[in-house]
Design a protein around this ligand. Structure first.
Ligand code: GTP
Length: 376
């Protein structure tokens, strides 16, 4: 499925950039065009993949081109004042080639998180394609008092910012894919460190790319036998609410012709069915039971999508069908879609699990509570 990717604010722009980079590296393509909108000139200047004419600095009077340091009120004001121009920057992209918009932002900031709902609402009034959000939660412990000070000594509560952002972002998008930095940073690390951010962004980009490029034709023009249609992704993400992504991969042994002196046909026969079934089962279970992009309660999942990729002879149909039934049981959801991506030139089995339509989760409730406490 082809995306128009919009990076809003610092985190959003870096994520958009990561998606564009992954898109040009990968076998399939899922990004048709991209733009970065930010109040921080330095941050925009560090981008490499999004060209200069697709980067837009705004709110200069308010921010002096140095960002808004978490002051949401100022973010709201500049987003409203400059919305027409910011919308035009997106409208000028190759939107007619897109199947959906993906608006990316760090929810604890003041730039991306405040622009996202305004831009989503404006796009909704003009376009008929879905609008997805990709939101990052800060690495703060929302239950602790972790206020920080900005350059002017003012208190900025990132947990409260994220808690304030989450509802409007969810309401204005068709689905909000969440990534919780707190889950993915190690003790003694913070999400302010560039190297940590790079690692987190790579993790998220891998999953988001696996989702949206599923079903796209690969660069050699090869169409997989059983692909995930764009409509399957759209239907899964159409229920609104929060989305969490699970992912796992496993290398498999593919006998080479020279080692066995056999042709391709024989290689396929060589593969023991039980081994293939087991490999699919363990990879899917690791994807679901392993670390998700955000912790959710499985019982709150309304819709799911299971994408399995790998060498064609390893994608055992019965095992994939069984994995889908298992996922339906685990989530109690009857709407579990699926598709496989046979990739002949790989020796890795990949499982991507999309858990969608989640109304609430503990982490989001804690952030909301931090916001309520902050405004009392
Ligand atoms: N995963 C990830 N998180 C980030 C990254 N950059 C920032 N964050 C997180 O996102 C929050 C918001 O930061 P920014 O995106 O820079 O904020 P902004 O939207 O530019 O808004 P202001 O800086 O307030 O103008 C931070 O507090 C971090 O928790 C990044 O590259 N990757």
């Amino acid at each position: 499925m082809q995306l128009i990717v919009c990076g809003l604010g610092g985190a959003g722009s870096r994520l958009a950039e990561g998606l564009v980079a992954a898109n040009s590296r990968g076998q399939r393509s899922a990004v048709v065009d991209s733009v970065a909108l930010d109040t921080d000139e330095g941050s925009l200047g560090e981008l490499e993949e999004i060209s200069d004419d697709h980067r837009h600095l705004y709110g200069v009077l308010e921010s002096s081109g140095r960002g808004l340091d978490g002051h949401r009120k100022r973010g709201q004001e500049v987003a409203e004042e400059e919305l027409t121009e910011l919308f035009r920057a997106v409208d000028d992209l190759q939107t007619s080639r897109g199947d959906a918009f993906l608006l990316c932002a760090g929810l604890a900031g003041a730039t991306g998180a405040t622009l996202l709902p305004h831009l989503a609402a404006k796009l909704r009034s003009v376009y008929e394609i879905p609008i997805y959000g990709l939101g990052v939660l800060p690495d703060v412990d929302a239950t602790a008092d972790e206020d920080g000070s900005d350059e002017t000594g003012k208190q900025v509560d990132r947990a409260a910012n994220a808690g304030l952002a989450i509802d409007t972002v969810t309401e204005t998008t068709d689905s909000l894919l969440l990534f919780d930095n707190a889950l993915w940073t190690k003790t003694a690390e913070t999400d302010a460190e560039p190297a940590v951010r790079t690692r987190l962004n790579e993790t998220l980009v891998t999953r988001v790319t696996a989702l949206f490029e599923a079903g796209e034709i690969d660069r050699s023009g090869r169409v997989a036998e059983s692909v995930v249609d764009a409509s399957e992704v759209i239907n899964t993400l159409s229920s609104g609410g929060i989305v969490s992504l699970g992912h796992a991969s496993q290398e498999v042994d593919r006998p080479t012709e020279s080692r066995f002196g056999l042709g391709l046909f024989m290689q396929d026969k060589e593969l023991d069915e039980t081994t293939a079934i087991k490999a699919i089962e363990t990879t899917v279970r690791r994807a679901v039971n392993g670390k998700l992009t955000v912790d959710i309660n499985r019982g709150s999942v309304q819709r799911g999508l299971l994408v399995t990729g790998g060498p064609p002879e390893w994608l055992n149909r019965q095992a994939i069908a069984d994995a889908r039934s298992w996922l339906a049981q685990e989530t109690g959801s009857v709407e579990i879609r699926g598709g496989d991506i046979p990739t002949p030139d790989t020796d890795t089995i990949v499982a991507l699990v999309v858990l969608a339509g989640v109304g609430d989760c503990q982490r989001v409730s804690e952030l909301r509570a931090a916001a309520a406490n902050n405004t009392e």
